[in-house]
Design a protein around this ligand. Sequence first.
Ligand SMILES: [Zn+2]
Length: 310
Amino acid sequence: MLFSPFPTVRILSLIVSNLVISVAFAAPLRVVATTPQIAEAVRLVGGNEVEVKTLVAPGLDPHTYKATPSDVEALKMADVIFISGLHLEAQMERVLKAQGARKAVVIVSDGIPRSELLPDPEIKGQFDPHFWHDISLWRKAVDTVKTTLIKTRKADSKTFEANAMAYDKTLSELDADLGREIARIPRSSRVLVTTHDAFSYFARRYGFQVDNVQGVNTESEASVADVRRVSDFLVSRNVSAMFLESSTPARYAQAVIEAAAAKGKKVSLASELYADGPGEASGPAGTYERMMRLNTKTIVSALSGITASK
Ligand SMILES: [Zn+2]
């Protein structure tokens, strides 16, 4: 956990402020974040100076989530709103746009050069929204969180800078660790077949080939043709495992496995991968870092036959 390294400054401010306006220094910034990974980054960078509400709870699907009346209230009360962007929050865009007319709605993916994004294979002119699976891109999103907090509350800029630097170091080490783990899978076995196309950035970062049943957006239903295409791919590449994802139904994976079996290829179903963000806070993938480590461990175990060391 990272907290403000200058807690005494806050106390002094409060004593002095008794003579002026007592709330001026005390109130943390009210921040709303759409996804758990953004909320976590805001807490790590903002420390005690922020109070964060997450709209899409862990395990829910951000592609189809619709804002509730209490979400809309929180958005109205917020000092800053952070969203992921690239149409991840497809069903919330109208509500977010309405708030954007009145206050700062910051898209954390805006700090990523478009040349580093992958196209959405289904919708021409759009980008794949799952950029957080490439840690180098996630670090850029965290930088946008930092610069926004500094702009919003300049008095705490040193705290935000120090916290962001510490988190960036953690992320850089995480990226190197995952690269080392994945190096244990032979290149020819680096094939990632999932139910929903959330792992293209991960695949690009660590040298995997990908295929999927449902496409980038979980709003669309998988078709018979998708199931046939993916099962053909598994058979032709002699891949023995496919992966489930936390926010998509298992029936798609079962359909592919049955189709592959009919063609004489036994494919096992590996443990679930966390696609759209971390799981429950108390669970094994409860933070961004734990999600990335657990996904990597699951992939390394299924494709190399070796258990990852972390
Ligand atoms: Zn997704």
